[in-house]
Write a protein that binds this ligand. Sequence first.
Ligand SMILES: [Zn+2]
Length: 104
Amino acid sequence: MAAPLTMAKSRDGRSASREIFVVSIHKVRDRAGGLPYRWLPYGVEHAWEPGNRRTLCGEWICGWTVFWDRPFSTRRAASCPACVEATLPAESRRRLDPVGRRKE
Ligand SMILES: [Zn+2]
């Protein structure tokens, strides 16, 4: 049967106050998905918020690839632990000194 094709909506179950995307140094073609091959991050996936020059863990993203169709997920195995930590609410972050030592 021909089910109507609907674009997967972004899961906005929880408050999407911040849009955080995956950025990575390396990328590979996703050959599992068929043509046209999409780019996929290869290696560590860092979190990046538009407008910044650094990842949430403080890496400069100059020359890195931004995956605009790939929201950062804290549950992906490849996600950078420091970036995951940075996406958490401040209360849970305080126990681990944040990398960026930002002044508030
Ligand atoms: Zn990171």
